[in-house]
Ligand binder design. Structure first.
Ligand code: F1P
Length: 349
């Protein structure tokens, strides 16, 4: 293990074990989660956070609504705090899920405090650090201390908090099949890291590449946002996320031979998504495709999950290999992935 970036590396590589502990902890909390969920008919669920946890909120909201049928959305904590009228109906009955690795980010604290003061509903907190200000505001408190990190950029913590949010959604929806599937993620994730990890680091380390586009639809859009943020934070590279078919509507102008297009492919819409990848490859992009199986899209580089898990349970599998690509690029550029430029671990206003 190289000395520079050792925390990031260790955190990425150890995440399957952290997912396992997270899935087990959520199974343990199931009775409390069910009690809160059944307390009243929730009008809406809002998931919130800042930075990575905001992107987590986008992904988990898409999943939560798909599973529960209750309207769900992800919002930045700063917006809930500063523009609450845009988010809360007058009558309350909102379930707010506040996500924060540190549990100390000012906007999250302020958003949840305002929510409680206005009696808009109930609060679930998901954090990694113990005994935090955010936790103290939760009606139901989910703490994942095994996912804590020394690095600034979130990798293991993000994936573990996403596994927690996915389990939460599966429990609320009464989807025992998905709860069981989430329990299989650690074994499959560890296998994929072993099989593809070194290759993905090498892809990122290719300094002939200069621009990165991450495409994902449905819950994968939030994951694409997060992975694009990893490319920015760790590697100071031009990187942007898009919904798959949106990429045709303007952004494709940016494609050239120095572009890496990363496709977080679904099974449900693989045909349409594969056509976007094909078109960009014809325009000169290199392509990295992460998909359940091979043959769905023209891939210069392919990560095939072969998980046999239901689509809704697969989200975490998209994360570690692109995190490793960012890590490999960071080192190749002579940067320190543990300490991204201009960033602090916690933003306090
Ligand atoms: C979120 C956050 C970002 C920050 C950095 C690490 O913190 O602090 O705002 O810029 O990328 O993550 P948290 O609320 O999850 O602790």
């Amino acid at each position: 293990m190289p000395a520079t970036g050792q925390h990031t590396y260790q955190e990425i590589m150890s995440q399957p074990e952290s997912w396992r502990q997270t899935a087990e902890w959520l199974a343990h909390l199931r009775p409390q989660i069910e009690m809160l969920w059944q307390q009243r008919p929730w009008r809406q669920v809002i998931l919130t956070g800042c930075g990575s946890p905001y992107y987590l909120s986008l992904a988990a909201a898409a999943l939560f609504q798909g599973l529960s049928g209750v309207p769900c959305r992800g919002a930045p904590a700063s917006e809930l705090w500063l523009n609450p009228a845009a988010y809360y109906p007058a009558q309350g009955d909102t379930l707010l899920v506040a996500v924060s690795r540190s549990g100390q980010t000012t906007e999250v604290i302020n958003a949840v405090r305002a929510f409680r003061a206005a009696r808009w509903g109930a609060v679930i907190t998901i954090v990694c650090e113990p005994d935090t200000p955010v936790t103290s505001l939760g009606d139901l408190r989910i703490e994942l201390p095994w996912a804590r990190e020394r690095s600034v950029a979130q990798t293991r913590s993000f994936a573990s908090m996403y596994v927690a949010a996915s389990s939460l959604a599966a429990i609320c929806a009464g989807r025992d099949d998905l709860i069981a599937a989430i329990g299989r993620l650690p074994e499959i994730g560890a296998h994929l890291i072993g099989e593809y990890g070194a290759r993905c680091q090498a892809i990122g380390a290719n300094l002939d590449l200069e621009r990165f586009y991450l495409l994902g639809s449905g819950l994968r859009y939030g994951l694409a946002c997060e992975l694009s943020l990893k490319m920015k934070e760790m590697t100071l590279s031009h990187s942007e996320p898009f919904h798959f078919l949106e990429f045709r509507h303007g952004p494709k102008s940016m494609v050239n031979e120095r572009t890496l297009l990363v496709g977080l492919l679904s099974s449900q819409n693989a045909r349409q998504e594969g056509l976007v990848i094909r078109e960009m490859k014809e325009l000169g992009a290199q392509t990295l495709v992460l998909a359940e199986e091979e043959g769905l899209a023209p891939a210069d580089h392919l990560v095939a999950f072969g998980s046999a898990l239901p689509e809704e349970a697969r989200g975490a599998l998209y994360l570690p290999l692109v995190q490793l690509a960012a890590y490999g690029r960071s080192l190749a550029k002579g940067l320190n992935p543990d300490a991204p430029t201009n960033l602090d671990a916690v933003v306090r206003l």
